[in-house]
Design a protein around this ligand. Structure first.
Ligand code: COA
Length: 222
């Protein structure tokens, strides 16, 4: 699969805002990315097209905020960036010209990760990218010590509901007339305890079958 996940950065805002506008109708309130990216309780992932599948890992690693063994410290990395021969095996500098196909937002509230937004470019849908983003979102939530994921979805959005149901989300309630454009109801969907061994086994099965179907995809979660 020529896609990989990495954390969203400020430099991605223009592209992600376009994807968000394409995904949601007139009643949607645009995400204030500039503010939210600075919040410790918010986390955004983007799915990028790798130039070639073989490069996906290196391209994703360039954005990783997790230091790899042998990586120079960030200040030094900045100094040597672009000086040929000094970079050695270190990841290349991030390339913000990558095309972003989709994104997902999380808001960590105590031990519950609220999925604030998920969207995939129209032309890229039904290629496993929404599922890849959800896989990454669940992994990021586990790392952050969350026990469940929760979200709201339009009652009429059966495609998105099918995706969430596949990952163990169940309807937990309804917000009557939640959407201001057409007063449509929102279904509140939530997972079981994601730290539970039963959920973990299900997650591993889904992750493996996604990789078998779409190919292994690098996931850098920051
Ligand atoms: C919902 C959305 C993110 C799904 O992304 P995607 O990349 O097309 O989804 P995937 O290809 O990864 O599909 C994964 C699963 O989702 C479900 N699914 C996705 N789109 C579907 C559709 N149109 N109809 C039925 N099921 C669908 C299926 O269960 C699918 O699994 P399968 O391939 O085994 O059947 C995408 O349609 C989108 O961006 N929609 C507009 C924005 C939106 O509605 N966001 C959700 C707000 S709550």
């Amino acid at each position: 699969m020529p896609f990989f996940l990495r954390p969203m950065r400020l430099e991605d805002i223009a592209q992600v805002s376009l994807v968000e506008r394409e995904c949601f109708s007139a009643g949607w309130v645009p995400t204030p990315f500039k503010r939210d990216l600075r919040r410790d309780t918010m986390f955004f992932l983007v799915a990028c097209e790798a130039r070639t599948p073989a490069n996906a890992d290196t391209e994703a690693r360039a954005f990783s905020t997790v230091r790899q063994p042998g990586d120079p410290p960030p200040v030094l990395e900045r100094l040597v960036r672009g000086i040929k021969g000094l970079a050695g095996d270190h990841p290349p500098p991030p390339d913000f010209s990558q095309r972003i196909a989709g994104f997902l937002g999380l808001w960590y509230i105590v031990d519950d990760a609220h999925v604030t937004v998920v969207g995939v470019r129209e032309t890229a849908r039904r290629n496993g990218i929404g599922e890849l983003l959800l896989l990454g979102g669940i992994e990021a939530s586990l790392r952050r010590g969350m026990r469940a994921l929760t979200l709201e979805v339009r009652a009429s959005n059966l495609g998105a509901q099918a995706l969430y149901t596949k990952y163990g989300f169940r309807q937990a309630g309804v917000r009557k007339g939640y959407y201001t454009d057409n007063h449509e109801d929102a279904l509140i969907m939530t997972t079981a305890d994601i730290t539970d061994p039963a959920y973990h086994s299900r997650f591993i099965r889904l992750r493996d079958s996604h990789a078998a179907r779409w190919g292994r995809s690098a996931r850098y979660l920051g």
